[in-house]
Write a protein that binds this ligand. Structure first.
Ligand code: NAD
Ligand code: IPM
Ligand code: MN
Length: 353
């Protein structure tokens, strides 16, 4: 038997509810002879409000020693005067992504048979967004002058290094090469963000020469949002910067059956640190604690986790069990098909057992 050290960060709101179900499924899906040794970390709004700690260095170092990380969601109650926006998002989630060098934020979107797209005729939708995870406007490079005055000036500077852009483009090209359609769409705003755009465009052209079989396409972000609503089936692999990728993937989730299904992996392809798997959604304070959340996104995130660790058969089994569950959900009965969060986890786990 081999053991996998899994760091679990349930976090806030529905984070705990959905990770419980994800672990339930992971337990039964684990390949013969593989044992998951989980360590749960109490991080998030409650700990911050209680102790002022967001992510102590000692915890970060422990988590760094894990083989993989499973995260629920972070984010406290809205407009809590004791919890300014960004404290947890930047100090916990983004710190993990940056320090562990999760430069590929992998976000697949697919319309499963029976899952309800709000689009009348979406076609066969199955694409993956490769979102850059360590740069762009997310680096915290900015500031404010004359705060609180009518002359206040605030900047958030997008950082795009040749090193950072090249490595994520290379990952996206390699991914497109492995998929049947071999199509890669670079999404940016090169007509306005000319400095950053130039780096993305030039490096994409250069790397494209090494991948003659991959068809490289380019779209401005605004037009890409038109096509994502009118013809999402045209996309295969999308590569884009950190902020565009954040926005695109919530729309991608919405058109493919809802945010409750969207899984993600914050991947360190060089394996110099553990990768982290989490649903795309947040802590959903509006439904937290009510067993209303769909745990499917968290469950599918464990499939990405298994795949990353080389257990592709176990990953495929989880996806198959989810596909079956989705096919028999009661249409119009809400994201879980009218069941409690734990009942969805039970049902999917039962299909695997
Ligand atoms: P959200 O994704 O938490 O919620 C948006 C809407 O989707 C809500 O109506 C919610 O009820 C619904 N929803 C989300 N997940 C669902 C699920 N699994 N099943 C059913 N419905 C679901 O986004 P938000 O409201 O903008 O953010 C809430 C908090 O979460 C904020 O503090 C934000 O910063 C944080 N956040 C964290 C992450 C993360 O940890 N990765 C991601 C996004 C937002
Ligand atoms: C996501 C979230 C995060 C992001 C926030 C909470 C920092 O929206 O994972 O999509 O913007 O990346
Ligand atoms: Mn987001």
């Amino acid at each position: 038997t081999s053991s996998v050290r899994l760091a679990v960060i349930p976090g806030d709101g529905i984070g705990g509810e959905v990770t419980t179900e994800a672990l339930k499924v992971l337990e039964v899906a684990a390949p013969e002879g593989v044992r998951f040794e989980t360590t749960t970390y109490d991080l998030g709004a409650e700990r911050y409000l209680r102790t002022g700690e967001v992510l102590p260095d000692s915890v970060l170092e422990e988590v760094r020693g894990a083989d993989a990380i499973l995260l629920g969601a972070v984010g406290g109650k809205p407009n809590d005067p004791n919890l300014p926006p960004g404290i947890l998002e930047r100090g916990l989630l983004l710190r993990l992504r940056f320090v562990l060098d999760h430069y590929v934020n992998l976000r697949p979107s697919k319309i499963y048979p029976g899952s309800s797209s709000p689009l009348a005729n979406p076609g066969e939708v199955d694409f993956v967004v490769v979102r850059e995870g360590t740069e762009g406007p997310y680096t915290g490079n900015g500031g404010a002058l004359r705060v609180g005055t009518p002359h206040e000036v605030a900047t958030e500077v997008s950082v795009n290094t040749a090193f950072g852009v090249e490595r994520v483009l290379r990952d996206a090209f390699a991914r497109a090469q492995r998929r049947p359609r071999r199509k890669l769409t670079l999404v940016h705003k090169t007509n306005v963000l000319v400095h950053a755009g130039a780096v993305w465009w030039r490096l994409a052209q250069e790397i494209s020469a090494e991948y003659p079989e991959v068809e490289l396409d380019y779209m401005h972000i605004d037009a890409a949002m038109i096509f994502m609503t009118t013809d999402p089936a045209r996309f295969d692999v999308i590569v884009t910067d950190n902020l565009f990728g954040d926005i695109i993937t919530d729309l991608a989730a919405a058109i493919t059956g809802g945010i409750g299904l969207a899984a993600s992996g914050n991947v360190n392809p060089d394996r110099t640190a553990p990768s982290m798997f989490e649903p795309v959604h947040g802590s959903a304070p509006d439904i937290a604690g009510q067993q209303k959340a769909d745990p499917t996104a968290a469950i599918l995130s464990t499939a990405l986790l298994l795949d990353h660790l080389g257990h592709d058969k176990a990953a495929a089994r989880i996806e198959a069990a989810v596909t079956e569950d989705l096919a028999q959900r009661v249409p119009g009965a809400g994201p879980t098909g009218g069941r409690r969060t734990s009942e969805v986890g039970d049902a999917i786990a039962a299909r695997l057992a």
